[in-house]
Design a protein around this ligand. Structure first.
Ligand code: UD1
Length: 418
């Protein structure tokens, strides 16, 4: 099993090129199922979750060709299976994203229930309730969500809770439905907007994405298209924290600073000088120790839960005491225990972690528990004295493209152990 060995203490300096956004690319690849012609998607990040999605499409009979330049061509026409089996869904919860397109285009889907996962219960009841409101017949049989429908019909759906993949699934299902669908209390995440951009490029009529009210006018077919995935705001934020935690200067290129406002505000509050251009962000910490910053996660445009663990790492070595409140997922503090192994002072009180900054962390063996938790361990290791070994880094490969090459490019001492 692969591990990372990181010798901390070097201020990072330089430029890093940001990859396509995993959480935009996953629904976009699933949405290809709606088309009746070949679709090509560009700026696809080379990640384990993307490979899993491609395998999932392949098992359905869909033809997928991966080109050298991170373009992926998807021909959905040869589809012959309408299911997402447990062995794939259990490795990637986002497999649930094929549900909406399969039902919308083919009137049937058998998708394994994702089950519990490392960051809390994560139910899919809102996805199911929305499809039912559109006239689908949904049963849970043998651990599978089994959906059957003739043509879905437009509906007025009010989501009980803001859900990103729930909004995406219903938006995709609505594209080929009969009539108008309104999704209220929709997720406003930039990835939802990117998906809407792709759906419209295929001929869909989606309006309001990026607001909490999305309106979809059903059409009878979606055609082929080419679309480039937006840059990854979470990867961007993670590299900026890497700069901040090492007292360095990092410029993230080919990114979208407008999607990072909550994160950049917190980096400035931590004492960093942050400047932005049309497609870049630069963070300069000037060798200073970060100042503690309170964090409270919320749906977009609030502070993203996917950056919570990284900011916990930053607060571990900050000057002062910070409270970190996780409002989206229960049980998303597993990284706190591992950070404590590096000498951090963290106390968990229900949904809040109280982090008392210490002047320095010391290397220790640590274990990654989920994708963003593993990023926080890498960040802490970059600031720690000595060589930290991070185990179970397959979690990192799910969501960060070439993490160690990119960090090495910024001057980090990091290597992968087989
Ligand atoms: C997506 C992101 C993930 C991010 C999360 C929150 C993808 C592939 N993943 O996950 O990286 O951390 O948004 O920004 O885009 N909920 C229900 N019932 C449902 C659906 C959700 O109760 O049917 C709850 C969840 O348990 C959670 C909250 O709603 O408490 C938000 O979850 P949701 O936005 O659905 O997260 P994901 O879409 O799974």
């Amino acid at each position: 099993m692969h591990k990372l060995a990181i010798v901390g203490g070097r201020p990072l300096a330089g430029d890093v090129r940001i990859s396509g956004a995993k959480n935009a690319c996953l629904p976009i690849l699933a949405a290809c199922l709606l088309a009746d012609d070949e679709v090509t998607v560009g700026n696809v990040p080379h990640l384990r979750d993307i490979t899993t999605t491609i395998e999932l499409l392949g098992r359905m009979g869909v033809e997928v060709t991966v080109h050298e330049d991170m373009r992926v061509a998807v021909d959905p026409r040869p589809i012959r299976e309408y299911s997402a089996p447990y062995d794939l869904v259990k490795t990637m919860r986002a497999s649930i994203l094929v549900l909406g397109p399969l039902v919308g285009r083919h009137g049937r889907a058998d998708v394994s229930l994702p089950g519990g996962c490392a960051i809390g219960a994560r139910p899919v009841d809102l996805h199911v309730a929305g499809l039912r409101a559109m006239g689908a017949d949904v049963e849970i049989v043998d651990g599978y969500i089994r959906v059957r429908a003739k043509r879905l019909r437009g509906a007025h759906i009010v989501l009980d809770k803001v859900t990103v993949t729930g909004t995406e699934n219903l938006m995709m299902a609505a594209c080929l439905a009969d009539g108008e669908t309104v999704i209220e209390n929709a997720a406003r995440e930039p990835e939802v907007e990117d998906l809407a951009g792709f759906l419209n490029a295929m001929g869909a009529r989606v309006a309001g994405a990026g607001t909490n009210r999305i309106i979809v006018q059903g059409v009878t077919r979606l055609h082929g298209a080419h679309y480039d995935v937006q840059p990854d705001r979470i990867e961007t934020g993670t590299f900026l924290v890497a700069g901040a935690i090492t007292g360095g200067r990092v410029r993230a290129r080919r990114t979208a600073p407008q999607y990072l406002e909550a994160v950049l505000a917190k980096l400035r509050a931590a004492g960093a000088t942050v400047t932005t251009g049309p497609d870049w962000v630069e963070l300069d910490m000037g060798g200073r120790r970060p100042v503690a910053v309170d964090i409270s996660t919320d749906p977009y445009p609030g502070f993203p839960t996917d950056m919570q663990a990284q900011f916990m790492a930053l607060n571990c070595i900050a000057d002062g005491v910070a409270t970190i409140t996780e409002n989206i997922f229960e049980n998303r503090f597993m990284h706190a225990l591992e950070l404590q192994r590096l000498g951090a002072n963290i106390r968990i009180e229900g949904p809040t972690a109280v982090v008392v900054g210490v002047p320095r962390l010391r290397a220790a063996p640590v274990m990654a528990t989920d994708l963003r938790a593993s990023a926080s361990l890498v960040l802490a290791a970059l600031a720690a004295e000595g060589e930290t070994i991070v185990d179970r880094i397959y979690h990192i490969d799910r969501g960060y493209e070439c993490l160690e090459e990119k960090l090495r490019g910024l001057g980090a001492d990091i290597r992968r152990l087989a």
